[in-house]
Design a protein around this ligand. Structure first.
Ligand code: GRF
Length: 201
């Protein structure tokens, strides 16, 4: 049984797509046990509450130092017996102690075809602007494992999209987001069904 924690900072459209897939039974043997956001006003928390899922605002700012924050986060994950952490628009870097405690059990979605257009500063519209500026004809989305480096862990699943003539960062963002909403539930389905094995050496 996949016991999922979803971490996000914003609107939560990927979380909505994942919830839909879970409710439709597309992802077998899995449930969202807790939703966590560093941002008390995040749509992702509202969405969790409207589905009667535990929704927790947890931010570095609530703690005297980072160690205490990390301890609280790990405690929360353990209390809900989480075995898969799903980052869905989480804008904070995962602390190495959390990465270590959940090694190969943290996944993320990135709005480009990694390893291109990843790394520090490559988030939101920055990604799509960089893709367009580079003259690429194709972009897409990537689901990958999270390690200590930004956008660096093993690539699990990718889907591409062609750029049209006159594509803008905004139009590309919308196209890629649509793909994300198919790709993330599909990656979780494959993990749940053992088609993607997270614990390979
Ligand atoms: C997505 O574009 C995702 O690729 C990135 O953050 C965004 C989150 O959007 N990591 P949403 O909150 O799921 O709508």
């Amino acid at each position: 049984m996949l016991r999922i924690a979803v971490l996000g900072s914003g609107r939560g459209s990927n979380f909505a797509a994942i919830l839909r897939a879970l409710e439709e039974g597309v992802i077998p043997n899995a449930r969202v046990c807790v939703v966590i956001s560093n941002n008390s006003g995040a749509g992702i928390l509202e969405l969790a509450r409207s589905h009667n899922l535990p929704a927790v605002h947890l931010s570095h700012k609530q703690f005297a130092d980072e160690q205490q924050f990390v301890r609280a986060l790990l405690e929360l994950l353990r209390r809900h017996e989480v075995n898969l952490v799903v980052l869905a628009g989480y804008m904070k870097r995962m602390h190495p102690a959390v990465v270590d405690a959940y090694r190969k059990r943290i996944v993320n979605i990135h709005p480009a075809l990694l390893p291109k257009f990843g790394g520090a500063g490559m988030y939101g519209h920055h990604v799509h602007e960089a893709v367009i500026a580079s003259g690429e004809r194709v972009s897409g989305a990537t689901v990958h494992l999270v390690d200590e480096e930004y956008d660096h862990g093993r690539i699990l699943l990718q889907q591409s999209v062609s750029l049209s003539a006159g594509e803008t960062a905004d139009s590309l963002a919308a196209k890629v987001l649509q793909i994300e909403h198919q790709l993330y539930p599909e990656a979780l389905r494959q993990i749940a069904e053992g088609q993607i094995i997270l614990d390979t050496p």
